[in-house]
Design a protein around this ligand. Structure first.
Ligand code: G6P
Ligand code: ZN
Length: 550
């Protein structure tokens, strides 16, 4: 029981709006040095507390990916929550909660929402990135109406409130009283691991491991380390050492915790080397992204979504079938083909996990995914890196086939969507805007034009009407569709913190019976050249090569 104490003084701090606090694709992300300025985090958090829905006695969840500045902001957020009428705060031990685990805690404990402190896959450290995202009561990222209201509030804020109390001990489990508000430091892993054990056939996976199934998981010194040690090594019996870089570090060991071919190259070397284990995977800074590699085969996130959806019935939670499959617009259409064959709806949403929330809440979709290495289901309202890993393991345990064979059989049945994303990072914002502006201006004239032998059928700027609440999101990326089904999408990243990043998404569909075992760069060569012809990438940016290919 917490004892009643006199309410300590609530400090009301006068402040002024700080420009630029508009949440992006995934919350407010800035350099640590920006966040550490006086009033910066406080203004944003107070704006959240001022506008979000919460009843009397509300519970707030707080947790982050353990990056530099995490603990500082958590302590201040606790003091502010106490001064803003929350009855209870649940915080992960050590300030740690992976993003999907935070989503689960919000749902499981009936919280009114949560502050998720992360800049996801961006680097961490005093000179790197930090972020704050607000998730609503369903466990998912706040929808645009809410983030817009938060932003409006940051432009008119005059004061923030906090109680005058010392830092709490974030490392010891238990309940602490902070000015009459109960702060419960909870085990970061336990609830999440229990949920995974309900969804998947841990017995079958354990048996496969005992029978010789091996894997390598790279936690990239980020938040999934403790989760992966507990679930993969302790509960499923993979050998100690299966999880590498398993200790979360404030600077992620100086690495970029983005699970792709560039930043997780060691895992790739392992999986393409002699003595590769059966399965390889990695997750990002906050644990919501996943990278899937079989022995000698990289599975693109778009293909992974399709293959998981096609095989989900092999896991207990999805044995009854899927209600629908949703993907973001730039994600390849591979999942649509699975939906079609299952006779269930396929949804195409703008980039950003928040757009799946309504579909999941309404029971219209069960599995969702994005090309940006995010996959998940209706078990939480965030994408979930370890969930994807465990669903793959469940499928491998039941099918008893290598990843490469599962992929080959999938393509033989559905055809193959060759796919790659080319990123041009750190561009001057004006150059990137000029490129997109010119492209948008040319949309009406593009159909019928031929580039590299490819004829443009349609060209548009993607807009989405949410089928549940009717809200409309415009300007979500330029789509160029070619006769024959190939596609190029151009959009600017909404998650960067420096300059602009142009993303070019390339997709070519090879039907059943076609060349299904080709090399992706070869299959996409004409599209790559056409992309430059259509958008003038080199002309606008001076770049002739992308900075990253995923
Ligand atoms: C975050 C979001 C994803 C989204 C991705 C896109 O990871 O959680 O839902 O797909 O950002 O980022 P971008 O940089 O392309 O806007
Ligand atoms: Zn992430």
């Amino acid at each position: 029981m917490t004892s009643t104490i006199a309410t300590p003084q609530v400090i009301t701090q006068a402040t002024q709006p700080i420009a630029g606090q508009k949440p992006g694709t995934s919350g407010l992300r800035k350099k640590v040095k920006v966040f550490a300025q006086p009033n910066y985090a406080e203004n944003f958090i107070q704006s959240v507390f001022d506008v979000v829905e919460r009843g009397d006695g509300a519970t707030l969840v707080i947790g982050g990916d353990g990056r530099y500045h995490n603990r500082t902001v958590i302590q201040q957020a606790i003091r502010m929550a106490a001064a803003n009428g929350y009855a209870r705060v649940l915080v992960g031990q050590g300030g740690i909660l992976s993003t999907p685990a935070a989503s689960n805690v919000i749902r499981q404990y009936g919280a009114s929402g949560g502050l998720v402190l992360s800049a996801s896959h961006n680097p961490g450290g005093p000179d790197e990135d930090f972020g704050i995202k607000y998730n609503i009561a369903n466990g998912g990222p706040a929808p645009e109406g809410v983030t817009e209201a938060i932003y409006q509030r940051t432009t008119e804020i005059t004061e923030w409130r906090a109680v005058d109390t010392a830092d709490i001990d974030l490392d010891t489990l238990g309940v602490v009283d902070v000015a009459g508000m109960a702060v419960e430091v909870i085990d970061s892993v336990a609830d999440y691991a229990a949920l995974m054990e309900k969804l998947f056939d841990f017995g079958a996976i354990r048996a496969a491991v005992a029978g010789g199934l091996t894997m390598s998981f790279d936690a990239m010194h980020a938040v999934t380390g403790p989760y992966a040690h507990e679930i993969l090594e302790k509960r499923l019996g993979f050998a100690p050492g299966t999880v590498r870089n398993g200790v979360p570090l404030e600077d992620f060991g100086g690495h970029h915790p983005d699970p792709n071919m560039v930043h997780a190259h060691e895992l790739f070397e392992t999986m393409f080397g002699a003595d590769a284990p059966d399965f390889g995977a990695a997750s990002d800074g906050d644990g919501d992204r996943n990278l899937i590699v079989g022995r000698g085969i990289f599975v693109t996130p778009s293909d992974s979504l399709a293959m998981l959806a096609a095989n989900a019935h092999l896991a207990p939670a999805y044995a009854g079938g899927l209600k629908g499959i949703a993907r973001s617009m730039p994600t390849s259409a591979a999942a649509d083909l699975v939906a079609q064959s299952l006779g269930i709806p396929a949804f195409e949403t703008p980039t950003g996990w928040k757009f799946f929330g309504n579909l999941l809440d309404a029971g219209m979709a069960t599995i969702c995914g994005e090309e940006s290495a995010g996959t998940g289901s209706d078990h939480v309202r965030e994408k979930d890196g370890l969930w994807a890993v465990l669903l793959w393991l469940n499928i491998l345990a039941v099918r008893k086939q290598p990843v490469a064979q599962i992929a080959a059989e999938h393509w033989a049945k559905f055809g193959r969507n060759y796919y790659a994303r080319h990123d041009y990072e750190g561009l001057p914002t004006e150059a990137a805007n000029a490129l997109m502006g010119e492209l948008n201006g040319a949309l009406a004239t593009l159909p019928g034009q031929v580039f590299e032998g490819l004829t443009i059928e349609t060209a548009d700027n993607f807009a989405y009407t949410d089928p549940v609440d009717g809200s409309i999101s415009t300007n979500q990326g330029v789509r160029i569709l070619f006769v024959g089904g190939s596609r190029i999408v151009f959009r600017l990243s909404g998650t960067g913190t420096e300059g602009a990043t142009l993303r070019v998404y390339l997709e070519r569909y090879e039907p059943v019976g076609g060349d299904l075992a080709g090399e992706t760069p070869v299959k996409l060569a004409d599209l790559i050249a056409a992309a430059d012809g259509i958008a003038g990438i080199a002309r606008h940016t001076g770049r002739t090569e992308p900075s990253v290919i995923t």
